[in-house]
Structure formats: C-alpha cells, structure tokens
Design a protein around this ligand. Structure first.
Ligand SMILES: *[C@@H]1O[C@H](CO)[C@@H](O)[C@H](O)[C@H]1NC(C)=O
Ligand SMILES: *[C@@H]1O[C@H](CO)[C@@H](O)[C@H](O)[C@H]1NC(C)=O
Ligand SMILES: *[C@@H]1O[C@H](CO)[C@@H](O)[C@H](O)[C@H]1NC(C)=O
Ligand SMILES: *[C@@H]1O[C@H](CO)[C@@H](O)[C@H](O)[C@H]1NC(C)=O
Ligand SMILES: *[C@@H]1O[C@H](CO)[C@@H](O)[C@H](O)[C@H]1NC(C)=O
Ligand SMILES: [Cu+2]
Length: 223
C-alpha cells in the first residue's frame, strides 16, 4: 500500500519536474523544481565542480519545458567566484524571445561576446550561464557552470526541438507576446491560436502540480 502510494507520488513529482524548465546542455547545477522561482539560479547556489566546456564561437543551449509558450532569455555571469545575484549575470547572450512549443527546445549557436574572451583564444574563462523562463508560473531560473574554451562542443545530440517548435518576438510580457504571435499566425493560416492552447495546457499543469503537492503532504503526514 505504502509502495503504491510512493510510486504514484514519484511519478507525479517526475511529471511535475518535466514541466517547468529543465536546462539540459550545458549540464545544469541539478534538478531544482521546488525552488525554480528563486533568482538567480533557481535556488541552486553552489558552483558545480564539473564545468562543461563551452565554445565561445557558438555552442548549443538545450532545455525542455512543458509550458506551451514562455519567454526565454540567456545571460552570462563572467566570474568563477561571484554569481550570487542577478546583477552578476550582466552579459546578455540571448535577449528575451517567445519560445513556442512544449518539450525539447535548443538554440544551436549561442556565442560568447568577443569582448569577454581573448581573440587569440589562448586562455580559459570560467563563468555561469543562466536561462530564465518567463512563464505562466512566474520567472523560472536554471544555471549551468561552464568554462569558455575553444575545446567546447559546437554540436550536441541533446540539441533538438519538439516538432513544430518556433519562436516569435517578445513584446514585454507573455500575454502581449502570445497575442501578437497568434495574431500573425491566424492572419497567415487557420491554425488554432497559441493563446487558447496555452491556457488549457497551463491549467492542466497547475492541477498536476497541485495534486503532486497534496499527495506529497499526504505522505509526509502518513510517514
Ligand atoms: C560531469 O559532467 C558530464 C556531462 O557534462 C558527465 O558526463 C559526467 O559524468 C560528470 N562527472 C561528474 C564527476 O559528475
Ligand atoms: C558583471 O558581473 C561580474 C561577475 O560578478 C563582475 O565581476 C563585473 O564587475 C560586473 N560588471 C558590471 C559592469 O557590473
Ligand atoms: C554562429 O553564430 C556566429 C555569430 O553570429 C556566426 O559567425 C557563425 O557562423 C554561426 N555558426 C553556425 C554554425 O551557424
Ligand atoms: C593572447 O591575448 C592575450 C590578451 O589579449 C595576451 O595577454 C596573450 O599574451 C596572448 N597570447 C598569445 C599566445 O598570443
Ligand atoms: C529550435 O527552434 C528555434 C526557434 O524556431 C530555432 O531558432 C532553433 O534553431 C531550433 N533548434 C533546432 C535544434 O532546430
Ligand atoms: Cu510550470
């Protein structure tokens, strides 16, 4: 009985962790589902001992999200020792854009500004890449510690998009961006609007999250 309950809770929590934002490549500091709303790194405050080499001339940044749309922004903290506040992530690698489509999403060619890294590529630079998702749940954060190096991979098998994933300009908020994205879509074709699918999916996600929390509290009480 207890085993069955625990399994269903684990399944629910797993489903929940698949929702929200997971940074897949470069390797993130770890799962942070419960604390993802905390800046700058979703509650994961410790540097990883295992930095991924990241190519300054363009490396992949791969993630998954079950939000059908969210604003995605990628920043960089150019330090190996002080990335404790959002102010330290003062280099914008990718300005906010609307990412459309739940599931895997990857930008294959994220570059590091030349001003941060010697043109002769002679040295290494430690830093932290931050991905922010402006979602229906609020701002979700996830970080990966990297060493900028010409030895970093420029392709990754983990760099894939869900079928039909696309992007659109960010209009300052999720609502405005969805409106303009769906306006241009419905202008071009008879496809269903992004906003309609978004609200259905996000209420499903809220229910799943709520159920997970209730089951989790239940087990804490019974244990
Ligand atoms: C370091 O990260 C790589 C992936 O980036 C992983 O394959 C490897 O197992 C990790 N090593 C340790 C000691 O965590
Ligand atoms: C940006 O953040 C880095 C890392 O913490 C810091 O060393 C640097 O002084 C900051 N630069 C500016 C212009 O704030
Ligand atoms: C990656 O982006 C940089 C800068 O925009 C560009 O010079 C380079 O050709 C791109 N690489 C690929 C493989 O598209
Ligand atoms: C590479 O450039 C850096 C900074 O511009 C310089 O200090 C260094 O001596 C250069 N290294 C080589 C091997 O040219
Ligand atoms: C994923 O979709 C985005 C937005 O359309 C696009 O910029 C990116 O190149 C795609 N990534 C892959 C791996 O196809
Ligand atoms: Cu979510």
């Amino acid at each position: 009985m207890r085993f069955t309950t625990t399994s269903s809770i684990l399944l629910t929590l797993f489903a929940c962790a698949q929702a929200h934002l997971n940074l897949i490549y470069p390797t993130s500091r770890g799962p942070n589902h419960a604390t993802q709303l905390t800046a700058p790194c979703g509650g994961k405050n410790d540097f990883s001992n295992n930095r991924t080499l990241f190519n300054p001339d363009g490396g992949p940044v791969a993630m998954t999200s079950s939000h059908p749309d969210s604003g995605i922004e990628i920043n960089f903290c150019p330090s190996s020792s002080d990335c404790s506040s959002n102010d330290n992530f003062n280099i914008t690698l990718v300005p906010t854009f609307l990412a459309i489509g739940a599931g895997p999403f990857c930008l294959p060619n994220v570059t590091i500004p030349d001003s941060l890294y010697p043109a002769n590529r002679s040295s290494y630079l430690d830093g932290t890449i931050q991905v922010i998702s402006y979602s229906d749940d609020g701002e979700l954060y996830n970080c990966a510690d990297v060493t900028i190096s010409p030895q970093g991979a420029q392709v990754s098998s983990q760099c894939v998009n869900a079928t039909g994933a696309s992007s659109a300009p960010w209009k300052g908020s999720l609502a405005h961006s969805e409106e303009s994205a769906s306006a241009s879509e419905s202008g071009a074709s008879a496809t269903p609007t992004v906003a309609a699918s978004s609200s259905a999916a996000s209420s499903a996600m809220v229910s799943a999250g709520l159920l997970g929390t209730m089951l989790f509290s239940l087990v804490l009480v019974t244990m």
